[in-house]
Structures are given as C-alpha cells and as structure tokens.
Design a protein around this ligand. Structure first.
Ligand SMILES: C[S@@+](CC[C@H](N)C(=O)[O-])C[C@H]1O[C@@H](n2cnc3c(N)ncnc32)[C@H](O)[C@@H]1O
Length: 259
C-alpha cells in the first residue's frame, strides 16, 4: 500500500466511525427503490444475472441495490470498515455480496473479462492518475460491458459553498491534471463535531477523462452534470443549494467498452 492509499484509508476509517453520508448503508430498499437509487433513467436495462463490480463502492449502498436487482455483486474497496457495511446489507437482505479489500489502481486479483458492469461511485478523485484506473477497468470488463463512474467536475473541483466572496465563488487552484486538491468538507457530510481531515483528492481534467476513456476503447454514451442535491439559484449565497446551482460539483460518465 503506498502513501496515498495509507493516508486515505485512515480518513475513510474515521469517516465510517463518524457515520459520514457515504458510509451509511441502505437498509430499507425494495426492487423499485433499488432501481431508483442506481439507475433512475433506466440506462442499464434488465440486469438480473449480470456480473457487477462495484469499484471503490463499499458502504452498503449500491451493493444492496444491485444485489436486490438480481445481479452477482463484487465490491472492491480500500477500507474494511466500509466493506463491513456491505456484509451487513448482505445479511439484512439475505443476498450474496462478495467483498474484497483492495486498491482501485490494482485489480490484478480479479480475472480479465469477468464483469458486465463496472460501477464506480465517487472515488476516482482519490487517486492522481485516472488513466491508470481506466486501464484496470478495461481489463476486467467484458466487451460491450458498461462502465459508469461519478467524479468531481474538474472546472469547479476544490470550491465549496464557503468560497462565496460577496460576488461569486472564487476559483483559486490551478487547472492541472493530477494536482492535489484541498477544500473543506460541507457541514452535511458527517455528524461528528470533531473535524475529520478530508481524504486527499486529485483533479482530473476533462481532457484526461474523455481522452483517457477513448484511449482504452470506451465509447461515451452519456454525460450527466446535474446534481440530485436540489440546486437553487435563488437560495442565499454561500449555502450549498446556491453553490451547486452556480458550480455543479459532479459529473457522471456512462461508457461502453468497445475496443
Ligand atoms: C464516496 S465513497 C463511495 C462509496 C459509497 N458507496 C457511495 O455511496 O458513494 C468512496 C469510497 O472509495 C474508497 N476508496 C478511496 N480510495 C480508494 C482506493 N485507492 N482504492 C479503493 N477504494 C478507495 C473509500 O474507502 C470509500 O469507500
């Protein structure tokens, strides 16, 4: 494990302990709400029986949803405490979920051509080289398989609602691929009153994301820049709702592996 992984693992352990948003398992799903959680626009179609890799997807959210939809789920995550949540939802719903501790930059313990879907919730920004991740995904995904990932919008990466300066949200950090990004956590992330140092994040420019996918044989089928966190341009400046209406924080890519 390198220094980046060691540092971020400690952060995720602390976030899990503090019951942070992305560490709370979904314990009350049924088939309809499971589909709404992972695929509200029905881009996946019928997936029962498919092999799904949840990449850096521990925490017992998407694993529960995919398992309830009848898929064979494998979760890879750096953090055992997050994977424990996936084992918890497997017991809760009486489904099989395979959990593997590992780094998303090294999937060599997985067979090549083993998955129909690779689903990667927000995590690629925890490593400096997005292209290295795309190469790993291309190896384990079957031809015509689906790759979904969510990431930081590179143009506003590092900004938060706290950056309101009376006129706008001031961009200060260089637009450079692989640059380490520092920013404060939003107040809604965890319930702990003690500050928890954030995981280390890295910017991936739009050129790297798009060209990196193309170079590995992916076809981009859809790109979403909308947020499901209720953006509101009329909200008070400096609030999360106003900030996300001005600076959409995330992108989601849907791609097909078609080398
Ligand atoms: C924001 S959470 C995403 C998962 C969550 N299920 C969700 O609903 O969004 C990010 C996850 O990435 C994992 N992670 C961070 N760096 C990683 C790495 N290098 N390799 C594998 N997993 C990593 C963390 O342990 C954490 O579980």
């Amino acid at each position: 494990m390198d220094e980046i992984a060691r540092y971020n693992l400690e952060r995720w352990r602390a976030l899990t302990k503090a019951d942070a948003l992305f560490t709370r398992p979904y314990l009350n799903l049924d088939a309809d709400s499971a589909r709404a959680r992972i695929d509200p626009e029905n881009r996946l179609g019928e997936i029962a029986g498919r092999d799904v890799l949840l990449l850096a997807g521990g925490g017992g959210q998407q694993s529960a949803a995919f398992a309830l939809l009848g898929t064979h789920v494998t979760v890879v995550d750096l953090c055992e405490e997050q994977l424990e949540r996936d084992r918890q939802v497997a017991a809760r719903y009486r489904v099989e979920i395979e959990t593997r501790q590992g780094d998303l930059r090294d999937l060599s313990s997985l067979r090549a051509d083993a998955f129909d879907i690779v689903w990667q919730p927000y995590s690629i920004n925890f490593v400096p080289d997005a292209r290295a991740v795309f190469a790993q995904v291309a190896r384990v995904l079957r031809r015509e398989g689906i790759y979904y990932f969510n990431c930081a919008n590179p143009f506003v990466n590092g900004l938060t609602e706290k950056d309101w300066n009376g006129e706008g949200y001031l961009l200060k950090q260089p637009y450079r691929d692989g640059a380490a990004i520092t920013s404060a956590d939003s107040a809604w992330v965890h319930n702990s009153s003690d500050p928890i140092p954030r995981p280390r994040e890295y910017r991936h420019t739009l050129g790297t994301l798009v060209n990196g996918l193309i170079e590995q044989g992916f076809e981009i089928r859809h790109l979403s820049d909308s947020t499901d966190f209720s953006p509101d341009p009329n909200a008070a400046p400096g609030t999360w709702e106003h900030f996300t209406a001005i600076a959409p924080p995330w992108l989601s890519f849907w791609a097909i592996y078609h080398p």
